[in-house]
Design a protein around this ligand. Structure first.
Ligand code: 3PG
Ligand code: CO
Length: 556
C-alpha cells in the first residue's frame, strides 16, 4: 500500500496559499513579429522575466521530457498537464502505441481479439484524426492497424476521417487523404473491400471535449453511423479539396461529408454486428464520442439508431469511467499524482478553467482521472466556454472570469492551492489569427496580474508556468529559423504547438527568503514542477518524483 504521508520540508513552512497558474500554449522564443507573446503588451509576464534572475527560468515541455516518442514531438496539453501534476515522466499514449504496433502485440491483446470476431461477416470501421501531428493520433499508426487487420482477416474496412489543420499545417489534409487512399487502393487490389466512408473537420465533427458542444459529436454520428451528411461525394480526395473552398472552411472546420456509391448510397454506415476502432490515443477529445458509441442510456442527442457493435478504443480514454470498456493498448498508469498526495496531507485545492481547458487542470492534472480525490478538500469550478465559435472571434475568452474566481478563492482563505489554466494563447493560437492571438496573450497577462495581486494580499506564493509553446511562434520556419514560404511564396501560418521551452516563475510575499531555482539540474522539465509545488506547501516530494527546481540558501 502507498504511504501517503509526506515528510515535512526541513526549511519551508506550511500554510502559505500557493497560486499555480498554467498559461496554455505560452512558450519562449526569439522576439519577432510572429511571436505574439513578444508583440502583445504583457507587462506582468515581462516583469517576472525581468525580475530576480534566480526566480525565473525555462523548462522543457516537449519530446522525451514529457514522455513522447522523440525530440521532434511538440508538447501538448495532455502530456504537459500529466507531467505537471504527476511529477514523473510516463511513457505516453503515442509511445505505448508505437511499442505495441512495432512488436505486433497490439494484435494479440483482448481488445483486438474482441473486434476481430466481426471480421468474418461484418465491416471493420476506423474513426479518428487523420494527420501526423502526434498529439491525438498518427497516420502511420492507422496504416499499421489497417494492414494488420487485413492480414488478420478483415474483409471489409471503412475509414471515417477527421481532418486536422490544428496540430499540422492547414491544407495538409489533402496529402494525408491521398496517402490513405493509396493504401486502401492496394488493399482493394488484394481483395479487401477497403474505402474511406465519411469525413469532416476535427473542430466541427466528432472531436469535441469536456461536453462543450454535443452538436459536434452528433454531426459525426450522423455521417459515420447513419451515413447522412449535407455533402456527398464519390471520392474523399475530391471531397476534401472541394469542401475546403466553402466559405469559412479549412481543415479544422471542414463540413461533414459521406462517400456514396454509384447509386448515391452511403458506402459505410456503421450497422449491427460491425466492429469500430477509434484510432486516437489521446483521451480528451474521444470521451464524448465513446459515450455515444457505448452507452445504452444516452440523452445528449437523438442517435436515431444505436447499432450493436464491437467497439474498442486505441486506448482506454477514462480510467475512472472505464470508457471504453474495450481497448487495444493499456494507457499509462499515472498513479500517485501530486494532487492525491497533497489531499492526503491536508492541503485544500481550488481548480478552475473554462470548459475547453477545464479537464486539463483536473482530469489531466490528476493522471487522466475524473472526479475528486477528497470532496471535502477540493473544489473544481468550470466556467462555460463560448461554444460554436472559433476563438479568434472572442480572443479574451473567459480569462477574466477565471482570474476572478481564482482571486475570490485566494481571498476566501479556504484553499492552500489555487490552480488555474488560462487558455487564450493556445486556443487563439490554434486559429492562426495573429492579430487575435496578440489580444489573447494580453488578456492572459491581465488575468495573471489579477491573481498575483490577490496572492500579494494574502501574503502567498505564486508559480506561473505553461504546458507547451504555441503563441510565441505563428509561422513555419526553415532550418535557419526564417519563415518558410510555400510554392506560391506565401507565409505558412503555424496553428500548432511548438518545440519551445516554457517559462516558470516563482515569487510572492510568502516565498521564504533564500528560495531560488537550482542551477545543477541538467534538463529540467515540466515533471520537475510537482516536487517544487510540494516544497512550497511545506513538504518534501516522494523519492521517485523528478527533483524539485528550487533550493533554499541560508542568508548570511
Ligand atoms: C487540441 O486538441 O485542441 C489540440 O490538438 C492540442 O491542444 P492542447 O494540447 O493544447 O489541448
Ligand atoms: Co493546444
Amino acid at each position: 500500500a502507498t504511504n501517503w504521508k509526506l515528510d515535512d520540508h526541513p526549511k519551508l513552512p506550511k500554510g502559505k496559499t500557493v497560486a499555480m497558474i498554467v498559461l496554455d500554449g505560452w512558450g519562449e522564443s526569439a522576439p519577432d513579429e510572429y511571436n505574439c507573446i513578444h508583440t502583445a503588451p504583457t507587462p506582468t509576464m515581462d516583469s517576472l522575466k525581468n525580475g530576480r534572475p534566480d526566480t525565473w527560468t525555462l523548462i522543457k515541455a516537449h519530446g522525451t521530457a514529457v514522455g513522447l516518442p522523440s525530440e521532434d514531438d511538440m508538447g501538448n496539453s495532455e502530456v504537459g498537464h500529466n507531467a505537471l501534476g504527476a511529477g514523473r515522466i510516463f511513457a505516453q499514449g503515442a509511445k505505448l502505441c508505437d511499442i505495441a504496433l512495432a512488436s505486433g502485440k497490439i494484435f494479440d491483446g483482448e481488445g483486438f481479439k474482441y473486434v476481430s470476431e466481426s471480421f468474418e461477416k461484418n465491416t471493420l470501421h476506423f474513426v479518428g484524426l487523420l494527420s501526423d501531428g502526434g498529439v491525438h493520433s498518427r497516420l502511420d499508426q492507422l496504416q499499421l492497424l489497417i494492414k494488420g487487420s487485413a492480414e488478420r482477416g478483415a474483409k471489409r474496412i471503412r475509414v471515417h476521417i477527421l481532418t486536422d489543420g490544428r496540430d499540422v499545417l492547414d491544407g495538409s489534409s489533402v496529402g494525408f487523404v491521398e496517402t490513405l487512399e493509396a493504401d486502401l487502393a492496394k488493399l482493394r487490389e488484394n481483395g479487401v473491400d477497403a474505402q474511406i466512408a465519411s469525413g469532416g473537420g476535427r473542430m466541427y465533427v466528432t472531436l469535441d471535449r469536456y461536453e462543450n458542444d454535443w452538436g459536434v459529436v452528433k454531426r459525426g454520428w450522423d455521417a459515420q453511423v447513419l451515413g447522412e451528411a449535407p455533402h456527398k461525394f464519390k471520392n474523399a480526395v475530391e471531397a476534401v479539396k472541394t469542401l475546403r473552398k466553402e466559405p469559412g472552411a479549412n481543415d479544422q472546420y471542414l463540413p461533414p461529408f459521406v462517400i456514396v456509391d454509384e447509386a448515391g448510397k452511403a458506402v459505410g454506415p456503421i450497422v449491427d454486428g460491425d466492429a469500430v476502432v477509434t484510432f486516437n490515443f489521446r483521451a480528451d477529445r474521444m470521451v464524448m464520442h465513446a459515450k455515444a458509441l457505448e452507452y445504452e442510456d444516452f440523452d445528449k442527442f437523438d442517435r436515431v439508431r444505436f447499432p450493436k457493435i464491437r467497439y474498442a478504443g486505441m486506448l482506454e480514454y477514462d480510467g475512472e469511467l472505464k470508457l471504453p470498456s474495450r481497448y487495444l493498448v493499456s494507457p499509462p498508469e499515472i498513479d500517485r499524482t501530486s494532487g492525491e498526495y497533497l489531499t492526503h496531507n491536508g492541503v485544500s485545492t481550488f481548480a478552475c478553467s473554462e470548459t475547453v481547458k477545464f479537464g486539463h487542470v483536473t482530469f489531466f492534472w490528476n493522471g487522466n482521472r475524473s472526479g475528486y480525490f477528497n470532496e471535502k478538500l477540493e473544489q473544481y469550478v468550470e466556467i462555460p466556454s463560448d461554444s460554436g465559435i472559433s476563438f479568434n472571434v472572442k480572443p479574451k475568452m473567459k480569462a477574466l472570469e477565471i482570474a476572478e474566481k481564482a482571486r475570490d478563492a485566494i481571498l476566501s482563505g479556504k484553499f492552500d492551492q489555487v490552480r488555474v489554466n488560462l487558455p487564450n494563447s493556445d486556443m487563439v493560437g490554434h486559429t492562426g489569427d495573429i492579430d487575435a492571438t496578440v489580444v489573447a496573450c494580453e488578456a492572459a497577462d491581465v488575468a495573471v496580474k489579477m491573481i498575483l495581486d490577490a496572492i500579494e494580499q494574502v501574503k502567498g506564493i505564486y508559480v506561473v508556468t505553461a504546458d507547451h509553446g504555441n503563441a510565441e511562434d505563428m509561422v513555419k520556419r526553415d532550418k535557419a529559423g526564417k519563415p518558410a514560404l510555400d510554392k506560391e511564396g506565401n507565409l505558412q501560418i503555424l496553428t500548432s504547438h511548438t518545440l519551445k521551452p516554457v517559462p516558470i516563475a516563482i515569487g510572492g510575499p510568502g516565498l521564504s527568503e533564500g528560495v531560488r531555482f537550482r542551477k545543477d539540474l541538467e534538463t529540467p522539465g515540466l515533471a520537475n514542477v510537482a516536487a517544487t509545488v510540494m516544497n512550497l506547501h511545506g513538504f518534501v516530494a516522494p523519492a521517485d518524483y523528478e527533483p524539485t527546481l528550487i533550493e533554499v540558501v541560508e542568508k548570511n
